[in-house]
Design a protein around this ligand. Structure first.
Ligand SMILES: [Zn+2]
Ligand SMILES: [Zn+2]
Length: 265
């Protein structure tokens, strides 16, 4: 192996077994060991390769950074990049690959999709960024705390608030987060990213009519067994959007309307 100054730094092993990796000083991804191999992750980008050592896996992240690939979820304190990334995100197949981790790891039904859309919106409100697709309420969901950069698995059923109670429960957030007293101010800062209108280059549905069209497209693709097409349409409903709260409400109303056959007022 050639000897040179490494451009990556491996951090301390996290609860979930992943080692955070910074490249040229910027938080970039993680490496972890599974079934005897090492894997690298870079949020928003699928890395299928396996590596013999953690160092080889981390070095691969350096290679990807040199190819211009960057994580698409925010690094701690790095909100502007997040906004920039979602506005410059591509469309179509390439973008679907990029956002693969957002597609729910559930049976592909409209019910599950709309639940996932609602979970994504609520997650953003609570200051979390998903690192994988919505796995259902009672499965560990890999996510990043936008208040401090911690990553790990949380149960959605614990986070979302109970029976419609929208109050986040910061005490239960995760061990080692910022002081509870500092959370409200930071959550308000994060909330400034949210919008009443979708500003994205590829617009997201935020009205019931637009949501109906979107759901019809997914439904048709699922019905035809066109899974790639379904994933592309689903992505547009799940990817980060500053108007994700409105998008979720529009999709819920549209879904209820389709299910009941009655317009919702
Ligand atoms: Zn935290
Ligand atoms: Zn949008």
């Amino acid at each position: 192996m050639e000897k040179q100054q490494a451009r990556y730094v491996l951090g301390k092993r996290a609860d979930d077994g992943r080692y955070p990796v910074t490249v040229d000083g910027a938080p970039t991804g993680t490496v972890h060991r599974r079934h005897g191999s090492w894997y690298a992750t870079l949020p928003g980008h699928r890395i299928p390769e396996r590596f013999g050592t953690r160092y080889a896996a981390a070095e691969h992240l350096v290679t990807l950074v040199d190819q211009g690939i960057r994580p698409t979820v925010p690094a701690p304190g790095d909100r502007p990049t997040f906004v920039l990334d979602l506005r410059t995100a591509g469309t179509g197949l390439a973008a679907t690959r990029t956002y693969q981790h957002l597609v729910p790891d559930l049976r592909p039904t409209l019910n599950n999709l709309v639940r996932a859309v609602e979970a994504m919106a609520r997650l953003a409100q609570l200051g979390w960024a998903p690192l994988q697709g919505y796995p259902g309420a009672d499965q560990g969901w890999l996510m990043e705390c936008r208040l401090c950069g911690w990553t790990g698995r949380r149960f959605w059923s614990h986070l979302r608030g109970r029976n419609g109670d929208p109050t986040p429960r910061p005490i239960n957030r995760h061990p080692g987060c910022i002081p509870v007293a500092d959370m409200p101010a930071l959550l308000i800062t994060l909330a400034q990213d949210r919008r009443r209108q979708c500003p994205c280059a590829s617009p997201h549905p935020t009205t019931v009519d637009a949501a109906l069209i979107a759901l019809n497209k997914v439904d048709k693709a699922l019905h035809d067994g066109a899974m790639l097409s379904a994933a592309i349409h689903a992505r547009a409903l799940l990817e980060p959007c500053p108007a994700s709260t409105l998008r979720a409400a529009a999709l819920r109303a549209a879904h209820d309307q389709r299910t009941s056959g009655q317009p919702v007022t």
